[in-house]
Design a protein around this ligand. Structure first.
Ligand SMILES: Nc1nc2c(ncn2[C@@H]2O[C@H](COP(=O)(O)OP(=O)(O)OP(=O)(O)O)[C@@H](O)[C@H]2O)c(=O)[nH]1
Ligand SMILES: [Mg+2]
Length: 370
């Protein structure tokens, strides 16, 4: 099986370790004595040597396969090369298998921009490298993404669930913005979510660069971040306006006020930057409240006539939703057959009879009569 460390394959250069792509002469301490030195490279045409080099540099199984097939075609066919020809054929079979299995895996792999929605809303964490996106994710959701000092720790989106007042919101951690590596699917990821959290590192002196570099990436993706109170808008020209909360992470660091005031001086319409520290936990409860508040989510409790209400399992709706919308959410049949409802809440007297278009408020208890 390819990929086992130390597996060796012979060729006319000698034996080398395929998965390390380094000639065995440099690996001898680890992997033992070269074998199969059956023919000197001087006897081989330069095109063959080139093909061999191509094999060494190849990154994927299909590139390796292509190089091996070239080698087989170019190797002089005589008794002295018979053993090598057999070896190349065996290697071709092996890399063909690799290519096939990679194709199967590839076929199964889903689009990284598509994170199946769970909970009442989806919010994506974005921003430059190492700002603490994953650390925030880890601090406020049930997921534990890798947090590390080195750049681009996060490679693919990772979802996790955050709860605030029994409201479940799905957060999605994403790879860092970088003009040279940000892939276009990030655009779809951001557009599909209800809101973004832009994470900046305010312990660093390059705050302006973090802002400008992120803006450049977003411009390229035709995304404009707007205040969290605004709605998501897609324009005909391909641009999208996405509501966003800006976070200044690592706020326990020194000189943050100086850095922020310089930034304010340089950027006229600087969005509000909310201070948090994933490490110390500062501002995180407030952040959860802001997320749920900005998403405009309310909790409504449904009860059956004559029964007690279960206050632990709210239905979560958008602000402005009506009794009819709740009824449809509870059950299709109730939605269709709803006659009226009784509501207990802030805006009504207990058990007040309301019609279909009554606008619900956070905390309302609703008895649906179908
Ligand atoms: N001092 C301090 N360090 C933090 C804080 N949050 C994260 N870090 C550190 O910052 C580094 C990067 O954290 P990550 O969460 O991996 O950052 P990221 O933005 O997800 O990084 P990439 O995925 O590589 O873009 C790690 O060494 C963290 O320990 C914080 O609030 N304060
Ligand atoms: Mg990360």
């Amino acid at each position: 099986m390819q990929g086992q460390r130390g597996e060796t394959t012979g060729d006319v250069y000698g034996t080398y370790v395929e998965d390390c792509r380094v000639p065995i002469t440099q690996q001898m301490v680890c992997y033992g004595r070269p074998q199969n030195l059956t023919m000197s490279s001087a006897n081989l045409p330069p095109q063959y040597i080139e093909a061999e080099e191509q094999f060494r540099k190849a990154g994927s199984p299909s590139e390796k396969l292509e190089a091996l097939e070239k080698m087989l075609a170019l190797i002089p066919k005589h008794k002295g090369t018979e053993k090598i020809q057999v070896q190349i054929k065996k290697r071709i079979t092996k890399w063909k298998d690799q290519t096939e299995s990679q194709k199967k895996v590839g076929a199964k792999r889903t689009d990284p921009s598509h994170v199946p929605r769970e909970g009442a809303a989806q919010v994506v964490l974005i921003g430059p490298i190492n700002t603490g996106k994953s650390a925030i994710m880890s601090a406020i959701t049930n997921s534990s993404p890798q947090v590390a000092e080195y750049p681009f720790t996060t490679r693919i989106p990772q979802p996790g669930m955050m709860f605030h007042n029994d409201i479940p919101v799905q957060l999605v951690d994403s790879p860092a913005f970088d003009p040279s590596v940000t892939e276009r699917w990030i655009s779809t990821l951001i557009r599909n979510a209800d809101m973004s959290l832009m994470v900046l590192d305010i312990s660093r002196d390059d705050l302006l660069e973090q802002m400008e570099a992120s803006e450049a990436v977003l411009d390229d993706l035709k995304i404009e971040l707007v205040s969290p109170e605004e709605s998501k808008v897609f324009s005909d020209d391909g641009w999208a306006k996405i509501p966003c909360i800006y976070l200044g992470n690592k706020c326990e660091s020194e000189k943050i006020n100086e850095r922020l005031s310089v930034l304010r001086e340089l950027i006229e319409d600087l969005p509000e930057i909310n201070l948090v520290s994933a490490e110390k936990g500062t501002g995180l409860e407030n952040l959860k409240m802001m997320i749920v508040g900005s998403l405009g989510l309310i909790r409504v409790y449904s009860k059956r006539p004559g029964k007690d209400v279960d206050m632990t399992a709210p239905f979560v709706l958008k602000e402005g939703s009506t009794v009819s919308e709740l009824a449809r959410m509870v059950h299709k049949d109730i939605g269709e057959k709803l006659r009226f409802a009784r509501v207990w809440g802030k805006n009504v007297f207990d058990g007040q009879r309301v019609s279909h278009d009554y606008e619900l408020l956070d905390g309302d208890v609703v008895e649906l009569h179908a």
